[in-house]
Design a protein around this ligand. Structure first.
Ligand code: CO
Ligand code: ZN
Length: 329
């Protein structure tokens, strides 16, 4: 599965420009899905099974990036974020544009107070000397550039958020031979700019139950946030984030399933952030929705870190959950 993860995270597909990653995912799911379609926004929807309850599974395939707002006469490009880029993570980062151009993020000289710089004090240096020979134009977009690193149990890359969720859904689909339900694997677009793809996918599928797979913060780094989630202690069953309260019946079902199968898990209470599950929960007249989260350090930096055993256990939990019949509604 590590080679699949490497393949997925190294694709350059920021929000709104998911065609490259979509092609790769389509090729991966083609052997296992009963049916595949792409909707108007670009969500890739793979179905498996045709009886029982409709379950929508969602992992977003976009990643954070930048978009050019202005290029000065010396060829330095100014930019804004596509999704939640964190200024402290930017200086020295490399970005790769869809046209292949590579740039490095530079910083104006700091003021006397040594404050954390704002986005408008940064620029992208593409090695150009004028606007004319700058290889990018207004409105061009880029994603961060950083190769995958296998540290043994821990894996590091840009775009673990949420290609790790994509890898987990692909692996789950591959392992389920006889689903107990009608499963829709949705690889959603534009999550990082406001959970947009999942909104239209949930409306069109009108599922009975929704489950997102995405990353979550951890509280296990020096002076980190106070949070009872750590790398390596199992996938986190979301109870609450800032956009959603998981349906308690789904929390119970996931916890029971994990306990019976002796799969390690953690409970997640996230203070800031939400996932595609929120969009599913609030579609139409409302849908019971939950989320399986992968603990991840340094989210929205070019070096997001996950634990491989959490990834494997997330697949194990999903396979158990979706293979056995249940009726919680
Ligand atoms: Co994110
Ligand atoms: Zn995410």
């Amino acid at each position: 599965m590590k080679s699949l993860i490497k393949k997925l995270v190294e694709i350059n597909s920021p929000s709104g420009y998911e065609s490259k990653i979509r092609d790769v995912i389509r090729a991966e799911v083609e052997p296992y899905a009963d049916d595949i379609r792409v909707d108007a926004l670009g969500n890739l929807i793979a179905r498996k099974g045709h009886s029982g309850k409709k379950i929508m599974l969602a992992a977003h395939m976009d990643e954070i990036g930048v978009i050019i707002t202005h290029i000065d006469e010396k060829g330095f490009a100014r930019f804004t974020g596509l999704g939640g880029v964190r200024v402290a993570n930017l200086p020295g980062s490399r970005v790769r544009f869809l046209n292949g151009a590579t740039g490095v993020i530079g910083l104006e000289r700091a003021d006397e107070n040594g404050r954390v710089p704002a986005l408008d004090q940064m620029y992208i240096d593409l090695g150009a000397s004028s606007r004319e020979n700058c290889p990018v134009r207004l409105a061009d977009v880029a994603a961060f550039e950083r190769p995958f690193a296998d540290l043994g149990n821990r894996l590091v890359s840009k775009a673990m958020d949420d290609r790790i969720g994509v890898a987990i859904l692909i692996q789950t689909l591959a392992r389920i031979k006889q689903p107990a339900h009608t499963l829709y694997f949705v690889f959603s677009v534009q999550e990082e700019v406001g959970i947009r793809g999942a909104v239209t996918a949930a409306f069109s599928l009108d599922p009975d139950i929704g489950i997102a797979v995405d990353v979550t913060d951890t509280g296990d780094t020096p002076k980190g946030i106070k949070m009872e989630v750590s790398l390596g202690k199992g996938p986190a069953i979301k109870v609450r984030d800032s956009g959603m309260l998981t349906d308690p019946r789904l929390v119970e079902l996931m916890v029971d399933t994990a306990n019976k199968a002796r799969i390690p898990y953690q409970l997640e209470i996230l203070e800031r952030g939400t996932t595609d599950a929120r969009a599913i929960q609030l579609t139409r007249e409302g849908v019971p929705a939950g989320c399986i989260s992968i603990p991840c350090r340094y989210i929205h930096s070019p070096s997001e870190m996950v634990d491989y055993s959490d990834v494997e256990n997330a697949v194990n939990l999903l396979v158990k959950l979706l293979t056995n019949p249940f009726d919680i509604l």
